[in-house]
Design a protein. Structure first.
Length: 236
């Protein structure tokens, strides 16, 4: 199927702050390809996390439209939106959001249980995903027994195990040291190529810029830069 995976058409997001309107996003129009590996970059308050949440169906725009292929997200009821996210979107959070009482295996299995799969039917896929992120020796460990980099690998595996078409990563390297940040970025780039899922990062980490194929910079809720990497490795 041709056409973008995600399309935003004049998206505006307004919040009430102290009884006054605060516009977090101003007339954002974008098209995002199905194999994208890209980032929203900007300082705190620039609108990048708001934009990520809107694309992932965690919030709705005040005005304007967001489409996932031919599906208009604003037309979905609350239950339909939750089902859409479970099926189509994988989330990777800055703080990992792992279930502390569950093992690595159980955390990665969890998205299947939410979608009413039987464990016996997906066990092999979960184990293979553990292998893909290099955590086979830790498969029975719980998050408290893992390093930050290992916890982020679990979060990546959990996001990708159902093979979603879209993966949204909010500051995925913020809590990692430089070496682990590069390892995580290499891993996500490899998985982007393998699974053909679109990856969108929200970040202020300059290390991410070295890996993405497209960078969109936000300032005060406006797009100030939208450039793609050319064959020579520079943005244009």
């Amino acid at each position: 199927m041709n056409g973008p995976l995600v399309k935003l058409d004049n998206v505006v997001k307004v919040y009430k702050v102290g009884g006054e309107d605060f516009t977090a996003l101003h007339n954002i129009s974008l098209s995002i390809e199905r194999d994208a590996f890209m980032s929203f970059v900007g300082p705190s308050g620039s609108g990048k996390t708001t934009l990520l949440n809107l694309i992932g169906g965690l919030d709705k725009p005040t005005t304007g439209s967001i489409y996932f292929k031919d599906l208009k997200l604003a037309d979905l009821a609350r239950e339909e939106m939750a089902a859409f996210r479970r099926k189509n979107v994988g989330f990777i959070f800055q703080t990992y959001n792992l279930l502390q009482v569950y093992s690595v295996y159980e955390n990665i299995l969890f998205p299947f249980l939410l979608n009413d799969f039987k464990e016996a039917d997906v066990r092999d896929r979960v184990v293979e995903m553990v292998r893909q992120v290099g955590l086979e020796p830790e498969i029975r460990k719980k998050p408290a027994e893992l390093s930050g980099g290992q916890c982020q690998r679990v979060a990546i595996a959990r996001a990708l195990v159902k093979e979603p078409q879209l993966v949204l990563a909010d500051e995925p390297t913020a809590n990692l040291d430089t070496e682990n940040s590069y390892q995580i970025l290499e891993l996500m780039r490899d998985l982007n190529k393998k699974f053909k899922s679109a990856f969108i990062f929200s970040t202020h980490d300059e290390k991410v810029t070295k890996y993405v194929n497209r960078e969109i910079r936000l300032k005060d809720g406006f797009v100030s830069w939208d450039k793609r990497r050319n064959g020579e490795g520079t943005f244009e």
